[in-house]
Write a protein that binds this ligand. Sequence first.
Ligand code: NAP
Length: 238
Amino acid sequence: MASGVNVDAPVAIVTGAGKGIGRACAQLLGSRGYRVALLARTKQDLDEVARGIPQSLVIAADVSKHAQVERAVNSTMEQFGRVDALVNAAGVAPILTIEQTTIETWHEVIDANLSSTFYTCRAVWPYMKKQNRGAIVNISSAAARDPFAGFTAYGAAKAGVNLLGLSLAREGAPHNIRVHTVAPAAVETEMFRKIASKEQYPTEKTLSPEEVAKTVFACIAGDLQHTSGEVIWIHKQP
Ligand code: NAP
């Protein structure tokens, strides 16, 4: 953790913080004074992100494993003492025909995108409830309503994220816990470029990770507080 500790600063946990959308969310939260716990499997990526955030905690964890998620949330509480926001941006999005989707792959995709979201929400929930305060933003996808062929497991996982968000938003409302779902179309990240080349899908048509992060931050800061439970669909404006 970098020096200049502010024990009153709000705390966010960001999964998938090593790259792409999660990284942009972590950077924006850090620049707005949040202490940020950074989660992904690749520590090297997280160390790089941490260097640009005044108060951060690097936690190498596979969020598709519930025990690792619980350990990460406990470490965050030990280090920072509170959790005001959670951003679930970790995910994988392979394009696979149904014949190529092995039982193992199905579970991997569901676990990385949907179970991980349940695990993190479940782990922070008692703390947010006790604080009577919290904002959760789950990154879904346009694939939840308009999937490419080959997004069978991914689209199903993200549709699950949407409903998980609605149900938790209703459960969280009496405890002042908001649960937002942000569902972008194509975003200029490594994940998207594994799926489509610039010839197939030009950069002018993609959102930047920073644009998505702005919407995520507006949910956390409260500008979009009335959207708790809803899916915020975002796409590049023509
Ligand atoms: P990305 O550039 O591939 O970054 C994904 C991040 O998630 C990486 O830091 C990765 O790090 C981490 N991650 C993946 N699996 C993980 C696991 N099991 N445990 C912990 N961390 C894990 O992807 P992105 O495009 O930013 O996507 C972020 C989110 O937005 C995803 O949920 C994705 O489905 C969604 N989304 C993306 C797009 C798009 O066009 N890019 C559109 C709609 C929605 P490690 O591999 O090191 O763990």
